[in-house]
Design a protein around this ligand. Sequence first.
Ligand code: NIG
Ligand code: FE
Length: 416
Amino acid sequence: MIIHNIQLLAGLSDNKLRLRKGKDMAEFPAVANAFVLISGNKIADYGSMGSEEYSRYRATNNHQIVDAEWGTVLPSFCDSHTHLVYPASREIEYIDKIKGLSYEEIAKRGGGILNSAERMQHASEDELFEDAMQRLNEIIDFGTGAVEIKSGYGLTTESELKMLRVIRRLKETSPLIIKASFLGAHAVPLKYKKNQSAYVDLIIDEMIPKVAAEQLADFIDVFCDQGFFTVEETDRILEAGWKYGLRPKIHANELAKSGGIQIGVKHNALSVDHLEYTGEEEIAALSASQTMPTILPGAAFFLNMPYAPARQMIEAGLPVAMASDFNPGSSPSGNMQLILSMASILYRMLPEEGLNATTINSAYAMDIADQTASISRGKIANLMITKPIPSLAYLPYYYGSNKLSGIVLQGKYKKV
Ligand code: NIG
Ligand code: FE
């Protein structure tokens, strides 16, 4: 397949690029008047329409031709943090929030995650699958090409396994690249409220071995924060996970300077996510690590929380990734174009920095940067095609609407 009449083909890299950090985050290399050649599900070549290669490819007649109609073509978004398998929306709590209750207060009353967990016990795998599939189709049309999905609304062994089996089915059915994280430590179920350590034991002794035996998870997650799981509990859970080869990707520092970032770094987490409460010590810990700091603008925006210090992190030379956190409690949207706008509006990131945060860096945060998320020969052809736009900056600038005319997933074109 050839995609041609591309006004700007952006997000180019050699196929060794795994992330961009510090000053390099402002780079998002591009070529104008371009084409992309796709063979099977891979990018085979790309370049200028004035090139000899382009004429040569056009001379052979057996290509499907996609006319980009002078739109811009970029790598698809990677959404490295979502909870998009869930049993029901929670807009009633949203009213409580408008009236002034905090996320923690709602959780303490048995709302929040526990509300979803209660409903999860009664949800069937088929229902969960159908609803999640609809959400996946929605985010595909906004340009997402890869997504990480967590368990964590089960909170019993059976329900956690049920959620993970649903995610496995999504992996088998959807054209998206999908990764699964086991998040048994998302909240403490009511019946363990007075004996939190017994729930941690259950996660370690029963849940992790079963999840591993069925190979249901790629990563392990813990909500390490004030009012949820302590640093010591997180330490135990992550150690237990590593015994089964589960690399951590954890929730940290959303509600307080909880030590979550440091404990994530100690266990060589692939990413630490949220980071609203991040100071110099946390930045220093991240600087000496392979861990991707991941900011979730949707949650901070939706919950009216302080914004993570993205500029300070970038100025300290760190990479930053951004993801949607798509979930029914703190961020009921998986629209990564909106996340890109928030990167500039709320975090003062340049359009190029936002694009790196939502493509190559978020791909790193789900361990797929070697396969996708940049325009590189040999990488999976997951791309978005925009309507004609005046420049890259227009993408975050013109916020709230879908700027895409088409997408390519695994080398297959679809109109949006
Ligand atoms: O990432 N912070 C913890 N967990 C989710 C919220 C899940 C929920 O409220 O249902 C988050 O924001
Ligand atoms: Fe989350």
